[in-house]
Design a protein around this ligand. Sequence first.
Ligand code: SAM
Length: 222
Amino acid sequence: MQKLEVQRTDDGSATLFVPELDEHYHSVKGAYTEALHIYRDCAYLHAAESIGERPLRLLEIGFGTGLNAAVTAMAATTERPVHYITLEKYPVEPELIASLDYEHIVDATLLTAIHAAPWEEPTAITPHFTLEKRCCDLLASPLPDAIDIVYFDAFAPEKQPEMWSAEIFARIYQAMRPAGVLTTYCAKGAIRRLLQATGFSVERLAGPIGGKREILRATKGE
Ligand SMILES: C[S@@+](CC[C@H](N)C(=O)[O-])C[C@H]1O[C@@H](n2cnc3c(N)ncnc32)[C@H](O)[C@@H]1O
């Protein structure tokens, strides 16, 4: 993986910057705010409300710093247990993870357990949150099935267009259960149309406070 730098975002939380790509791991307007709003609230909590008590199967594209996983683990309860499968091609070095200081904004014990969990092995982080970290390339790996929720958190389409292709979205759609939801920070018209062409119903939702104006939520029909 390329060299990474720690940078501070507008809500005070840190993110990683990839100089070679000129790209950040999170919104520069607020990494923590983005994780809470786009992924935890608009995808996980939204789906949990309609799906009910059975374990929800969640697929994250890009584990990165583990921030989305940590905020989701903190929200998981008996009423909305989660099996969280996350794909990552370039795991971040533990020293760099430590320098993000996320233990000051999320539960430090959970965060440590999330990073200590072995790759390729489902691990119970809490009684309500099982984590399965897969070190693999989205472009060349089979996807898990029966997915209820997708956190589509790839680098931007201008930086990594191959992650935002019709073929990738079709594979994700196939892997999802009816009524499953996908959210992404990217609200570009071309991506919205691609999701619609795949078969999803797509909503434009308000973005995080202080951040992007809009985000996308795509729902698979019943
Ligand atoms: C925007 S960051 C994800 C941030 C992350 N969700 C978090 O909470 O920190 C995009 C991630 O996708 C990963 N990635 C890039 N290409 C990939 C690929 N082909 N397959 C799987 N992961 C990939 C990157 O290494 C990076 O961690």
